[in-house]
Design a protein around this ligand. Structure first.
Ligand SMILES: Cc1ncc(C[n+]2csc(CCOP(=O)(O)OP(=O)(O)O)c2C)c(N)n1
Ligand SMILES: [Mg+2]
Length: 319
């Protein structure tokens, strides 16, 4: 990638990292009232994947959706509001931190682990009939790769040649359990072969590698060659949820080792080698933080939905 392209991805990853850190603080202040799952450390995946997608492509995400949603085009203002349960949120504050829909950006997420994979199969059945070359990305975790819907969806995607990219974020843990103890194969992408799907494992902390791999797969998927199963190897450098004690299942040393492989630092080093000054890079970070602070302050001023509005989108059959 050239300097301009890399700078763009660098800035996008900084938005996700700073957004996440601010949300973690909001969670600790009890201003986020449902579970918040940090995305820190995994930014190269959402940014690398989304840089290949079009606005009208679909994304189905999980309980760790903020990075996926912002990278797909959701505004940080609207995602802050949703996190805080305020009007002005992507789902008007009635979705909360793990389950929202951003219609404008064809983005959906939900907290039931594994549920997105069969939904993505359904979405891509429709996209295939439409014949316009649109595709769907479905993000899920190493833990979700053990659910029944993973196997069901992979089989359906394969027999119907669906234009779907299953993106596994292997962040080494399902809650407090190491993936090495609960997944039968390594790399997990091997599972694709059982369903006749090409499985690829890529360094998920290398934004350029993610971009290259996904770009090739997306081009093929748009022409009806697919589906794909791409495993991105990464690590969540924060706890499973905001407030997770962490020390009960992993050591500080392990976290520090992975922090050395930080996807943002990696790009920073590369940009410096290309001649971008430390001052310019710090300036980008400051600009990102200032923008996010202002969005956060705006979100905190928005009102909560009323009790009546909370059921606006609940379908209740009449007698
Ligand atoms: C069906 C279901 N079972 C259990 C849970 C509780 N739960 C929330 S996140 C999670 C771990 C998921 O691990 P993984 O798929 O690896 O994603 P990660 O959290 O690591 O991103 C579990 C078990 C849930 N939300 N849904
Ligand atoms: Mg995991």
């Amino acid at each position: 990638m050239n300097r301009g392209e890399l700078l763009k991805l660098y800035k996008e990853m900084l938005v996700l990292r700073n957004f996440d850190e601010m949300c973690l603080n909001l969670k600790m202040e009890d201003l986020i009232m449902d579970g918040f799952h940090p995305y820190s450390g995994e930014e190269a995946i959402a940014v690398g994947v989304s840089s290949v997608l079009n606005k009208d492509d679909y994304v189905i995400s999980n309980h760790r959706p903020q990075g996926h949603s912002i990278a797909k085009g959701s505004t940080t203002r609207a995602v802050f509001c949703e996190m805080l349960g305020r009007r002005g949120g992507v789902s008007q504050g009635i979705g909360g931190p793990m389950q929202w829909i951003d219609y404008e950006n064809n983005f959906y997420c939900g907290s039931i682990v594994g549920s997105g994979m069969t939904i993505a199969a359904g979405v891509t059945m429709a996209l295939k009939k439409e014949k316009e070359g649109r595709i769907c990305v479905c993000y899920f975790g190493d833990g979700a790769s053990n659910t029944g819907s993973f196997h069901e969806a992979m089989n359906l995607a394969s027999i119907w040649k669906l234009p779907v990219l299953y993106i596994l974020e292997n962040n080494q843990y399902g809650e407090a359990m190491p993936a090495a103890e609960f997944v039968s194969v390594n790399p997990i992408s091997k599972r694709g072969g059982s369903y006749g799907i090409e499985g690829i494992t890529v360094d998920g902390n290398d934004v350029e590698a993610v971009y290259e791999t996904v770009n090739t797969a997306v081009k093929k998927a748009r022409t009806g060659i697919g589906p794909y199963f791409i495993e991105c190897v990464t690590y969540r450098t924060r706890g499973h949820y905001g407030g997770d004690p962490e020390h009960t299942y992993r050591t500080r040393e392990e976290v520090e080792e992975w922090k050395k492989k930080c996807p943002i630092k990696r790009v920073k080093v590369k940009l410096e080698a290309m001649g971008v000054s430390e001052m310019e890079l710090d300036g980008i970070n400051k600009e990102v933080i200032a923008g996010l602070e202002s969005d956060k302050d705006w979100a905190l001023e928005q009102r909560f939905p009323t009790l009546e509005e909370a059921t606006d989108h609940v379908w209740i059959p009449s007698e």
